[in-house]
Design a binder for this molecule. Structure first.
Ligand code: SAM
Length: 215
């Protein structure tokens, strides 16, 4: 453990990456390395372009993905403390990251495009956040139905994913059907595959070649 400007830091080993965090941010969950590994597979066959990570927290999921399949990485998170750790974790891993500190619908330029989007939004319903007293509200509160930030991620994905690109969205274990229904409202986006994980689910969303943006 070490003292930082942000608090008392702990270090987690995340599939070989040394990830610093403290109790003001979400503790890295080992099973989420599966999102990194699947994202790396998608990156290897994706069109040219950088990777965008939404709701990156201290950055371990995106950092592991691009350490396995190197690409430029842009990370977005609203929490200043998480972004400070993300910068430290990226430097420690020797990976250059463009960190955008702020709300996901405010920190990207309209003309920015990404080949792969990794997203890990809060997904707990507001009524249930009390079940996770150790977790910061900003990291887990997904609104009345748990899907407010999923909806925000889908808007960003629709606006910024290139044709032929892939998005990998982490959700609650019982949310893939609801997410599939939300994705159906976007002409250009399709749910390609759902994988249930230890304590959540991963939803792969593709933008077809020739598919425009939903306006
Ligand atoms: C479920 S946590 C995931 C963090 C990290 N990926 C992890 O595995 O620990 C969700 C993250 O979303 C961030 N967040 C919440 N609302 C946001 C918003 N509107 N725009 C950008 N980030 C947001 C929180 O600060 C938090 O770091």
């Amino acid at each position: 453990m070490s003292a930082t400007a942000h608090g008392t830091a702990r270090v987690a080993d995340f599939d070989g990456l040394q990830i610093e965090y403290d109790d003001r941010v979400l503790q890295p969950r080992p099973w989420t390395a599966e999102q990194s590994r699947w994202a790396a597979e998608l990156i290897r066959s994706a069109p040219p372009g950088p990777v965008l990570e939404l709701c990156s927290g201290v950055g371990h999921i995106g950092l592991l993905a691009v350490s396995l399949a190197p690409r430029s990485l842009v990370c977005v998170d609203a929490d200043a403390g998480a972004c400070a750790y993300l910068r430290r974790n990226a430097a420690h891993a020797g990976i250059r990251v463009d960190v955008r500190e702020g709300l996901m619908d405010e920190v990207l330029d309209a003309d920015e495009r990404f080949a792969v989007v990794i997203a890990d939004p809060p997904w707990v319903t507001s009524d249930d956040v009390g079940r996770y007293p150790e977790d910061p509200l900003l990291a887990i509160d997904g609104g009345p139905d748990g899907l407010d930030l999923v909806r925000a991620c889908l808007e960003v994905i629709d606006d910024h994913l290139v044709e032929g690109g892939h998005a990998l969205l982490q959700t609650g274990p019982d949310q893939p059907d609801a997410v599939t229904a939300l994705v159906a409202a976007y002409d250009a986006l399709t749910v390609r595959e759902v994988r249930l994980q230890e304590r959540g689910a991963l939803v792969r969303i593709d933008r077809a070649v020739g598919a425009g943006r939903t306006d």
